[in-house]
Design a protein around this ligand. Structure first.
Ligand code: PAF
Length: 302
């Protein structure tokens, strides 16, 4: 594994691999790597000749009152993780390398960024779309792996790749969860021990929504209401949003039609920690296909 800090060096490595007919796998991250990131790296390792992980806490995707300064960092631990996962290149640029002067060019993806996290984090997706486009431009033709936990981000990235005809294949990788259902996130590090049990409220709300659909409910307003009630019953949780949308383009829906993939996505504050989660599901007659794994029996007993 080599660590590269300069754009030119990463570009040279990737160009050389592509010229030699090799495939490149890219895993963009902001570091503080956990099992969810490891899953992305394993998928990239299994499918590509050259695997590049990027580690860059991108300042432009944080709002003025957000957690840029306190975002958890562990460069030594991250280097250990990428080495253990057989990654070839860790690209860890400085802010000056990525933004030598304030950028005048921004990538804005309309509509799919309007609601959900885009509503409470108005500039977030411009920052994400811009930095991801820059990373795609640096690495070149590749398969890029993103976690489904950040579902709206995945939709945004898929859409910008399609709209800008970028030579990138985007792969969404399933969310990794704690045994009690909490989705892994670098921001879980902020949770105070007293708040940790309440953090399962996101998973419980998703379980409730899926159960409501399995019982036969096809009105997204009713499905949402059931899950919202569950969140509101958790005294430590402060509700940000909970929406049922079409998965492909995050459009609002009036009915859960057969054969259409939907997503139920939510964001909840536990004190100052904002957590997000989601589950996708497709109705197929009386059956419902969904991607929310059950909790382990031990966790369910608590
Ligand atoms: O999901 C993340 O960690 C970031 O949003 C990403 C995709 C690395 C862009 O900074």
């Amino acid at each position: 594994m080599i660590v590269l800090e300069r754009i030119a060096a990463v570009r040279a490595r990737c160009d050389e691999a592509v010229r030699a007919g090799k495939s490149v796998g890219l895993v963009p991250t902001m570091g503080y790597l956990h099992e969810g990131h490891r899953t992305l790296m394993r998928a990239a390792r299994a499918e590509n000749d050259l695997v590049v992980v990027t580690l860059f806490v991108n300042p432009t995707q944080f709002g003025p009152n957000e957690d840029l300064a306190s975002y958890p960092r562990d460069p030594e631990g991250d280097a250990r993780v990428v080495t253990e996962e057989g990654v070839d290149v860790l690209f860890a640029p400085s802010v000056a390398e990525m933004y030598p002067r304030p950028g005048l060019t921004h990538v804005t993806v309309d509509e799919v960024t309007d609601g959900l996290c885009g509503a409470s984090r108005p500039h977030h997706f411009v920052g994400v779309a811009t930095v991801v486009t820059k990373l795609f431009s640096i690495v070149g033709p590749c398969t890029a792996y993103f976690g489904k936990k950040d579902f709206q981000q995945l939709v945004v990235v898929r859409r910008l790749v399609e709209d800008l005809n970028l030579p990138i294949t985007v792969v969404g990788v399933s969310t990794v969860r704690e045994p009690d259902g909490l989705a892994l996130s670098s921001r879980n590090a902020y949770l105070a021990p007293d708040d940790r049990p309440a953090a399962t409220v996101l998973y419980r709300a998703l379980e409730c929504a899926i159960a409501t659909v399995k019982e036969g409910e096809r009105d997204p307003v009713a499905v949402r209401a059931a899950a919202v009630t569950l969140v509101e019953r958790e005294p430590l949780a402060q509700f940000d949003y909970l929406e049922v949308r079409r998965a492909d383009d995050l459009a609002e829906v009036e009915h859960l039609d057969d054969g259409v993939e939907h997503v139920i996505a939510l964001a909840v504050f536990l004190n100052t920690t904002r957590l997000i989660d989601n589950a996708t599901f497709t109705v197929d007659g009386a059956a419902v296909h969904y991607d929310l794994p059950g909790r382990s029996p031990v966790a369910q007993e608590h």
